[in-house]
Design a protein around this ligand. Sequence first.
Ligand code: ADP
Length: 435
Amino acid sequence: MNEELWRLAGLLLLAVLVGLIFDSVTLLLLLVTAGYLAWHLRNIKKMHDWLHSRNNFYPPDGGGVWTDIFDQMYRLQKRNRDRKKKLASYLTRFQSSTAAMPDATIVLDELGQIEWMNGAAQETFQLRPHKDTGQLITNLVRIPAFRAFFDSGIYDPPLVMPLPHDDSQFISIRIIPYGQNQRLLIGRDITRLKQLEQMRRDFIANISHELRTPLTVIHGYVETMADDHDSGLEPWQPSLKLMQQQTSRMRNIVEDLLTLSRLETGNQSPRSSEVSIPALLVTIREDALALSGDQQHDIQLEVDDAIWLRGASNELHSAFSNLVFNAVRYTPAGGKITIRWYGDDKGAHLEVRDTGIGIPPQHIPRLTERFYRVDIGRSRDVGGTGLGLAIVKHVTQRHKGRLRISSRLNEGSTFCCDFDKEAVIRKASIVDKTA
Ligand code: ADP
């Protein structure tokens, strides 16, 4: 730029000198300035033509300061072009890899209209790429569960549903929000997984069922032999007692496995009736006192008689008794167990609190897994199957509830089943006073 100023100053000086010689300084100054302006205007026109021409990448030759300006602009344009090329190649690479993905992938705009879909999505949802792009996904996938899931805005856990055109196949649908209110829908075929799950369930149900009768027979004979003190079986008594213990443990496991598979294969929601939880808890407390026997646990019942629950009585009995019996089993003799049944504005809650051995915190998240025990030896000693809490979790979930566990080692544990208020029935009068 400095160079250009010097050039202008030189031109003007030359004009003044020549002007002095010919005695027309003003005229020469005017001519030089007009010439200088014309040169700039010509270069501006060159720049205009260059910027508007589509084919000409290379800059025109301007001379002076314009060479520098054209060079800078050329470099800037080149950089932009390279960046665009790179972005376009990224996009093509992304689209071709997504298109090749076996999972159905659909890009949706903020209104839920289809922006892009891959081949798997076209096949899975029977979509036509040209006709259906721009359409609302909820108008094309007309399954009520899908619409409810899509509109809910809560996409965790994913939705599992049968395929719209083939209900023997299952798909798991994830929706991932991104960018500016856009959503990515990913559908994965989980038919095989579902079949394996069903096979596992059938296998456990069948094997438990098949084992039940022979076990009952063996247990019956062992019991009779153990009770028979007259015949020559006296030397066998210790072994018979052990066999009796083990067969009854196996029977408990088989019964619990059958209960679990009934819960898993049963209807989505349990057969519903009005269940008097207060009355149910009274019987469970009596059974718990019998289980406690000589250990003399102090079992307290604090029950709101006016609160009942809508659900399956046998399932709730099984879950609640599991919690109370666990409290008895894992609380040393003379310990205190409190069973509370109460309601609040959120719903109804069953709380079983004990002053027992407690559970180390790292085990708590895994307690409801099948056969998970903190201390296997101890669980077996007290006649546990390792399936009790799995049953409790299933039953609570089937009644639209949640199981909460809190515990302190050597101080005690609290197990709480929270039920939503939709499941709660409030009775006007006190219905059961036997507690
Ligand atoms: P189990 O038949 O072994 O009792 P559960 O599924 O009922 O099986 O319980 C799983 C494990 O959780 C038990 O083995 C025990 O270690 C622990 N547990 C359950 N309830 C209690 C409790 N009230 N106090 C301490 N530990 C408990």
